[in-house]
Design a protein around this ligand. Structure first.
Ligand SMILES: [Zn+2]
Length: 428
C-alpha cells in the first residue's frame, strides 16, 4: 500500500478549517450508544438506542443554535438560518442507525461531519446567505425494517409514507408504532410532494465502504454517481435421483446447471469493466443431501453497472443464458427480477464543487462511483446532490472492525465545509 500524501495542513489555502479532534470526539461519543464488545456499534433503527442517538444529535444541534424539525417518517433536520430566507437550504447529512454488527463510521460520519461544519461556522462567526441543514435520515440500513433508505426514499417519493409506516419488523412492530414509542413521530411533511422543503444542494460525506481509495493511496473520493442495480431470484429445476445408479450422461443435475449460470454472472460483469459487478450471494440446494443428485437450486443474482445501457446489456445476457439452459428441455429456469435501481449521476456542478473543495484543501483526489446505495441517491432525485468519500481500513464496512483514520475524516469534513460554503455563499 502506498503511503498517503496529504499536502499538510488540510485547507492550507484558506484560514478556515474544521476541528478534527472535535469531530473525532463526537464520533466516539455517539459510538458509545450501542457499543459492542468487539469495538463496533449495534444501534438498529427506531430502538431505544436509536432514540438515545437521536436525542444526543438534537441536543448537540440545539447547542449549536439550530432549530430541529422532525418529519412524519422521523427524519431530523437541524437548521441554521442564513441571511436570505428566500433561498433553499444547502443540506448535508446521512444516518445514525447501524447494522446489528455495524461500525462507528457508516452514516454517523456524514451526520457528525455536517454538525462539525456548523460548529466551525459558529466559531468563525460566519453567516451564510442560504440556510444550512444537517439531516438524519430514518432507517437507512434496512436491517430491522424494509425497505432500506426508508427516510430518504419517502422524502424523494420513491414509495409512500403510508407504505413505510406500515412496514413491520420480525416481531410485528410497525414503523409507525416504533416512531411513536421513541417519541420521533414528527408532524412536518415527509415527502417533497407533500411540502417537505426541497434543498438547493445536498452533500453527503461517507466512508467509502470499499477498498479503492486505500488501494490507490488517495485520501479523498469525488463521487460522480452510484451504480444501478438489478437483483434477481433464480430457480433451476432438474431431476432428483440417486447418486450411485444414475450414469452421468442421463442426469439432470440442477446444481451443475446452476453453476454454469453462476459462472456466467461473473463473465457478464467481467465483460463490462471497470464499473460492473456480478454477485451470487445466496444459494440453496434441494434436497442438499450428499448422495442425492440435486433436483432444484435457488440462488440470487446482484448485477450493478454505472450506466443504464450497460445494466440492460447485462440483464439481456443473463436472460439469454437462462434461455439457452432451457433449450433442450432438460432443465427449467425461473428468473424473477426483484429490485431495480437506476444508476445515479450526481449533479456536475456539485461534483465540481467537491473537487474544488479537495483542491482548496490541498488533497489528492480520485473520481469514484459508489457501489452501494446511499440516502444521497434518493435525495438526488429531488435536488442537485453529490457525495464525498474518505477511505476506510481495508475497505471493510458493515462490520464491527470498521475503522477510519482521524486525518482522513477531518480532510473529508473540510471538503464538505468548503463545498457547502461555496453553494450557500457568505453573507456580507
Ligand atoms: Zn451508510
Amino acid at each position: 500500500m502506498t503511503p498517503y500524501v496529504l499536502s499538510a495542513p488540510a485547507a492550507a489555502s484558506t484560514t478556515l478549517s474544521i476541528d478534527g479532534d472535535r469531530l473525532w470526539a463526537s464520533l466516539m461519543t455517539l459510538a458509545r450508544i450501542g457499543a459492542t464488545d468487539k469495538g463496533g456499534v449495534c444501534r438498529l433503527a427506531l430502538t431505544d438506542l436509536d432514540r438515545q442517538g437521536r436525542e444526543l444529535f438534537v441536543r448537540w444541534a440545539q447547542e449549536a443554535g439550530c432549530r430541529v424539525r422532525v418529519d412524519a417518517i422521523g427524519n431530523l433536520f437541524a437548521r441554521r438560518e442564513g441571511s436570505d430566507p428566500a433561498r433553499a437550504p444547502i443540506a448535508t447529512g446521512s444516518h445514525i442507525d447501524t447494522q446489528p454488527t455495524g461500525g462507528k463510521f457508516d452514516g454517523n460520519y456524514g451526520v457528525l461531519a455536517g454538525l462539525e461544519v456548523l460548529r466551525t461556522l459558529n466559531d468563525a462567526g460566519i453567516r451564510t446567505q442560504a440556510p444550512l441543514e444537517v439531516c438524519v435520515w430514518t432507517n437507512e440500513e434496512g436491517s430491522r425494517f424494509v425497505p432500506v433508505m426508508m427516510g430518504s426514499g419517502v422524502y424523494a417519493g420513491d414509495f409512500s409514507l403510508a407504505t413505510a409506516l406500515a412496514a413491520t419488523d420480525r416481531e410485528g412492530v410497525s414503523v409507525a408504532d416504533a416512531l411513536r414509542r421513541i417519541g420521533f413521530a414528527g408532524d412536518a411533511p415527509a415527502a417533497v410532494a407533500d411540502g417537505a422543503p426541497r434543498f438547493g444542494a445536498y452533500f453527503e460525506a461517507h466512508i467509502e465502504q470499499g477498498p479503492v481509495l486505500e488501494d490507490a493511496g488517495i485520501p479523498l473520493g469525488v463521487v460522480t454517481g452510484a451504480l444501478g442495480q438489478r437483483w434477481y431470484d433464480v430457480t433451476v429445476t432438474g431431476q432428483e435421483a440417486h447418486a450411485g445408479p444414475t450414469p452421468m450422461r442421463l442426469r439432470r443435475d440442477a446444481l451443475q446447471a446452476a453453476t454454469g449460470l453462476m459462472n456466467e454472472v461473473v463473465a457478464i460483469a467481467m465483460a463490462e469493466q471497470p464499473h460492473a459487478r456480478g454477485t451470487v450471494g445466496y444459494v440453496q440446494v434441494h434436497p442438499n443431501s450428499r448422495n442425492v443428485i440435486p433436483g432444484r437450486v435457488t440462488f440470487t443474482v446482484d448485477l450493478r453497472h454505472g450506466d443504464d445501457a450497460g445494466l440492460s446489456r447485462m440483464d439481456a445476457r443473463l436472460r439469454a443464458a437462462c434461455a439457452a439452459l432451457q433449450a433442450d428441455g432438460r432443465f427449467a429456469v425461473d428468473l424473477v427480477q426483484t429490485v431495480y435501481y437506476p444508476p445515479a449521476h450526481f449533479a456536475p456542478e456539485l461534483v465540481a464543487a467537491v473537487r474544488q473543495g479537495a483542491e482548496r484543501a490541498g488533497l489528492a483526489h480520485l473520481d469514484i462511483v459508489s457501489g452501494a446505495g446511499h440516502d444521497a441517491v434518493y435525495v438526488a432525485r429531488t435536488a442537485p446532490a453529490a457525495m464525498i468519500f474518505v477511505p476506510c481500513k481495508d475497505g471493510i464496512s458493515h462490520n464491527e472492525i470498521e475503522d477510519a483514520k482521524p486525518e482522513h475524516l477531518a480532510a473529508g469534513c473540510n471538503v464538505l465545509l468548503h463545498a457547502m460554503l461555496e453553494q450557500a455563499g457568505i453573507a456580507a
